[in-house]
Ligand binder design. Structure first.
Ligand code: A3P
Ligand code: MG
Length: 259
């Protein structure tokens, strides 16, 4: 693996971590969801940290599952290259079954590379959906069709104003778990937008935003400003991802409603 293969490395690591998570879920079952979540988070984090430490020893890593001290390590702020990873996004959904007893599929592994002020590579593995979205081969964004559209929201923490926003713009809300699964749903045409506010962190969006940007899909804060990564405080509490044709009306609607 050479330094030029960052896109492929992100995809390989996300895929392998995802395979491991599927095996853990198969072996452990759903009887103790808290234990399943803890094992999944830990195993995926350890795999990603060991692999990046071995394959990219000079780079920094910011992981959701790192300790507070590791996350506050100031070396990350002066580094040129920082991998921003969420070993298991949608942890809650990973441990839940659907009515037909199949495990939920709206969870993801996020691997992104931030390099000198911008997202340079990223991959989102959706192991239970059998697909991985990657900057190595950015997906072609779905064609925009005028008319009613769909906005993905958190299953458990949908922002207050989004119901009104949907009413105002003629959209339906689609609850999906995991930020990565929701942004992927925009890229695969299951929904046309994703709106979130009220709390989130850099690792929840870095990898899917890297892929969205490579695909030419709109991604910003909900006030239209840029999403910035590798900040001292990794909080990045709101986000809008949408087909480019919808961004102006979504931002205007949000401006009117979200005060
Ligand atoms: N209000 C909030 N504060 C902090 N994190 C939040 C949040 N709302 C959503 N998130 C995080 O964003 C990810 C997607 O959430 P959701 O499925 O509700 O949209 C989850 O990541 P994890 O599963 O990695 O913890 C969740 O913890
Ligand atoms: Mg997350």
């Amino acid at each position: 693996m050479t330094i030029r293969d960052d896109h492929a490395l992100a995809a390989d690591l996300a895929n392998e971590a995802g395979e491991r998570l599927l095996r853990i879920r198969e072996r452990t079952g759903y009887d103790d969801p808290a234990a399943l979540r803890a094992e999944g988070d830990r195993a995926s984090h350890v795999y990603l940290m060991e692999s990046l430490g071995r394959l990219r020893p000079s780079d920094s890593v910011l992981s959701e599952e790192a300790t507070r001290e590791e996350r506050l390590d100031p070396r990350r702020l002066s580094a040129d290259r920082v991998w921003i990873v969420d070993p298991l996004d949608g942890t809650r959904e990973f441990s839940e079954r659907l009515d037909d007893q199949a495990g939920r599929a709206d969870w993801a592994v996020h691997v992104a590379l931030w390099e000198r002020g911008r997202l340079a590579a990223g991959a989102v593995a959706l192991p239970a959906q059998g697909r991985t979205l990657t900057t190595a081969e950015p997906p072609k964004p779905p064609a925009f069709e005028k008319g009613r559209f769909r906005i993905a929201v958190s299953r458990t923490r949908p922002p207050e104003f989004v119901r009104k926003l949907a009413y105002l713009l003629g959209a339906d809300l689609v609850p999906i778990g995991s930020a990565g699964a929701k942004i992927s749903a925009v890229l695969t045409g299951e929904v046309e937008a994703y709106v979130h506010a009220g709390g989130q962190y850099e690792w929840d969006s870095a990898a899917p935003v890297a892929v969205a940007q490579a695909a030419g899909v709109h991604a910003s804060r909900i006030d239209g400003s840029e999403l910035t990564y590798n900040q001292a405080d990794p909080s990045l509490p709101d986000i809008l991802v949408s087909l480019p044709e919808l961004a102006t009306s979504l931002l205007a609607g949000i401006r009117d409603l979200h005060r």
